[in-house]
Ligand binder design. Structure first.
Ligand code: F0G
Length: 336
């Protein structure tokens, strides 16, 4: 299967003959959510972006950003990240044979993302600060150093991520709304751009964690906090673009609490069989809490794989029942 640059080259800033760094990203499944549909009172679909090669939607943007960096002669990339961008940049840089540095909030990213970044050979820098501070520093660094910045301030990231909208539009051309978690606001910007390019205009329902909700509050949050570490961001780089997307699509941006996020996270796993990471569950939590505003159908973007964050799953799931090697003991614990 070709990757998304080859599939969508007519709508992306690439030409035949350009170097393409791909891991076979995109073309993710979209499945119907029976239980959630019933609770929300609308047809709810789940777009499983956690099934991209590194387990998050970032791969759509990263294939474009790293391919462009290689085309332009870069031999190093850098990003600030809450974890998924780091894992994706590390993987695509490894594939391209170039070096990669990732700057993450020290001790505040999920274990799976850290493991990915390390095993792909990135230089992992644990900053004594949050994502916003990391992004500010990295932007400053690339002004003087010959390193390509692959955060979503890089337009190639937006170009790649907009292809999710093409895939949904092929299946649901009259879709009424998209529910999406919002952190640095690159993804909602990209999805809205993608829908516009195919002449569609579903309402963009964005959701932020209550402790990290600058777009809802209307001002930056100095010390963002949430269990959904992927969206622990207080000053989104794509602020104005996100506001435009919400306004032009007749959408909205609202908050969900950590408890509501975790409830949706458990519900997705228990009732729909879908294991996503906490930040991703914010889209479903938003619909459960705020309703679907009368729309008939809505797609929730489940941005990252649950395996990214085993610690949260272990804390939220049931415990392990011990058992000695004995059939009666086993019968008792299995049936008990
Ligand atoms: N969901 C997940 C799983 C994410 O990793 C992110 C962002 C978002 C949602 C929000 O997307 O930032 O485009 O609004 N993660 C970035 C990172 C910040 O560094 O991995 P956004």
């Amino acid at each position: 299967m070709p990757g998304l640059i080859e599939r969508h080259m007519d709508r992306l800033p690439f030409e035949k003959g350009d170097p393409i760094i791909s891991l076979g990203e995109g073309n993710t499944p979209m499945i119907y959510a029976c239980e959630i549909s019933e609770r929300v009172g609308a047809r709810v679909w789940l777009k499983l972006e956690g099934l991209n090669p590194t387990g998050s939607f970032k791969d759509r943007g990263m294939t474009c950003a790293v391919s462009a960096a290689v085309r332009d002669g870069s031999n190093a990339v850098i990003c600030a990240s809450t974890g998924n961008t780091a894992a994706s940049a590390a993987a695509y840089a490894a594939r391209a044979g170039i070096t990669c540095a990732v700057v993450v909030p020290g001790g505040k990213i999920a274990q799976g993302k850290l493991a990915q970044s390390l095993i792909h050979g990135a230089r992992v820098i644990g900053l004594d600060g949050n994502f916003d501070e990391a992004l500010k520093l990295v932007r400053e660094l690339v002004e003087t150093e010959p390193v390509a910045l692959v955060n979503s301030v890089n337009p190639f990231r937006i170009e790649g991520q907009k292809t999710g909208a093409f895939e949904i539009h092929d299946v649901l051309p009259d879709l009424a709304a998209l529910a999406i978690p919002v952190g640095n606001a690159g993804n909602v910007t990209a999805w809205w751009k993608g829908f516009q390019e195919v002449g569609a205009a579903p309402r963009m329902f964005g959701f932020q964690a209550a402790g990290a909700a600058p777009l809802v509050l209307g001002h930056p949050v100095e010390n963002p906090e949430t269990i959904a570490t992927a969206i622990r961001i207080g000053n989104p780089a794509r602020w104005t673009e996100a506001e435009t997307a919400f306004a032009e699509s007749n959408g909205s941006v609202r908050t969900v609490t950590d408890e509501q996020i975790l409830e949706a996270y458990r519900l997705l796993a228990n009732k729909e069989g879908v294991f996503c990471e906490p930040a991703s569950a914010a889209s479903v939590a938003g619909l459960l809490v705020h309703g679907a505003d009368g729309v008939e159908d809505v797609v929730c973007v489940l941005t990252g794989n649950g395996l990214k964050d085993p610690d949260t799953a272990l804390a939220q799931g049931g415990g392990v029942t011990p058992c000695e090697v004995d059939i009666e003991a086993l019968r008792a614990v299995v049936l008990g």
